[in-house]
Ligand binder design. Structure first.
Ligand code: 5GP
Ligand code: ZN
Length: 116
């Protein structure tokens, strides 16, 4: 995946606009969440703003309200899916492992919420 990727050829923009069908696990006006195609934990979801930002640094610089909304959505999803033990991760920059240059939070957990 090219680091210079823009909205035109961005896979997460295509998921957000429905061009690539994906099972949605959470949706609001501005936020979308879906399961990672290659899960690295029992729970591995990706939470994105529908609008394109390159990474979490760009998002936070350009729209703090949306950044807060992304964090709130990720945390709410974590509360629904896990027992409270989870990681939220933003890979930022190719050398830090970012491969898709549309900001996304990884929600990772091996502690699924127990059904009561
Ligand atoms: P990054 O390495 O950029 O932090 O994370 C990108 C993540 O997106 C990876 O964990 C990868 O498995 C996931 N991914 C890549 N392409 C797709 C896709 O088409 N659908 C879904 N659901 N996940 C994807
Ligand atoms: Zn995008």
């Amino acid at each position: 995946m090219l680091e210079g990727m823009t909205e035109a050829n961005c896979i997460f923009c295509k998921i957000a606009n429905g061009e690539i069908p994906t099972e949605i696990i959470f949706q609001s006006e501005q936020i979308l969440a879906f399961n990672d195609i290659a899960p690295e934990a029992a729970i591995h979801a990706l939470i994105i703003p529908k609008k394109h930002f390159r990474d979490v640094a760009d998002l936070t610089t350009q729209d703090k309200t949306l950044a807060a909304e992304l964090l709130a959505a990720a945390t709410e999803l974590a509360e629904q899916l896990t027992d409270g033990n989870f990681k939220l991760q933003f890979n930022t920059g190719a050398e830090a492992g970012q491969t898709i240059f549309h900001v996304h939070a990884h929600l990772l957990s091996n502690s699924p919420r127990k059904l009561t």
